[in-house]
Write a protein of this length. Sequence first.
Length: 545
Amino acid sequence: MSERRETVIQGIPASRGLAIGSIALRQAGPFLRRVAGTPVEEHAALEAAMAKAGAQLAALAACAEPMAAAILEFQTALLEDDDLTRPIFERVAAGEAADRAWAGVLEREIAEYAAGDDENFAARAGDLADLRDRVLDALAPGAPARPGNGAEQAIFAAEDLTPSRFLETDWTRYLGAALKAGSPAGHVALLARARGTPLVVGLGDAFERLADGALAVLDGEAGRLIVNPDADRLSATQARLQAAAALSVTEAELLDRPATTADGERVLVLVNVDDPALLATLDPRHCDGVGLTRTEFLFQGSVLPDEEAQLRAYAGVLRWAEGRPVIIRTLDAGGDKPIPGLTPEGEGNPFLGLRGLRLSLARQDVFRVQLRALARAAALGPLKVMAPMVSAPDEFSMFRALFEDVLEELLANGVAAARPELGMMVEVPAAALNVAAFPADFLSIGSNDLIQYVMAASRDEPAVANLYRPHDPAVLELIRRVVEVASGQGREVSLCGEMAADPALVPLLLGAGLRRLSVAPAAIGRVKAAIGAWRRAASESGRHG
């Protein structure tokens, strides 16, 4: 894009943030072809390259935060997976060069993962591509990547970025990143959000016309890269940056204070926990407890976690909360979160298949282990347990009966345990419309799936992104209905999806009657600020006006 006129490239927002800087265009050099030796020599070369790649990944994982380390450990485990490596070494033994055998098998696996309908498979495809390239580089180092201009505080631009390359990059040099490919559900997006790096992905073919050194605005909110911004655009962006800086100061001041509306009405702001290891960076005084603990992090390895491992993790969250309430969700596997050996393979539509509570009830050998750990954890503090993906009242009744059976068994054997409140996620329209019939002690609205099912539009599919509408009247009406029914029955109701973390949507949620919002740790300050600006009277006049 050598022309100087302003050009707006629309991509997909992957990590919030705004930046003005010159483009640092990173173009990877091609991998060099090996001069193949004998099968024995190629076998030895591949083993050495895999060992080198494993050592590099282990070194990165050793100094990475827990979430990043888990991503790298998955790649390391693949190097030791006989099902993956056996056909590669068989091709080498048949006379194929090590680099072509490795790339051939890995590319087939990557294509299979990428063809899946769910975001977790797409993320794993990126991990496999990362591993493919790292071993190829160890086998026959490619031409060095052209890192772009050497300007500090630039916008990193590349065709794609793998998790390990993200972790190896010195992000003090860059204000954010823009990628031709990528996914908002990929592991690079997760890492960018964790460190607060603005990221836009999916720029497509327009990326090919980017010029190294061109001035650009990276808008992680709208998912856009604006090249050669005009004077008005620059002025407006600088004003937004100044406002954001001022707001961040206000948000930081609100962290230690209870959230109250402009009318003085108390609103509870709880935190979502994806991985308890990340709680070490969060002060429990900044929130009113844990509104959602996802337990999927325990099931990412090749071996399912036993009762003691789960108990340790749940006890750790309770200790961190220091007496504040903690809600732990039972395993939400399936759909976009497949677990090898547990979730079914080959489902035509995994989002409507055996997932969430449905899967747990079908695999009671696994579910009972988790319920035993949760019942034992309930004896240690104010724990509440909720089930995901509940569609019918009898499903929840089976869940409650199974928990009672597990609790009775523990107590009969003299094991310390307790009966926590049992609640459910409201994610399915059928549950939202019939919520009064579910025998749950409390409710938590999972807006991510609820919007997806109401609008029949995946939030991770660019072609229908315009239909994934949190503010749609149908979505808001269902939320309002759940709150009214639950409140009329004296049951606690919260919302723990992405809607709760969006300051623009917080007024709509408060207007719907919600007074419990559970958000990612990074969103606590901005949500408290949005709550503080809301007035009931103004909301009601706007609704009826």
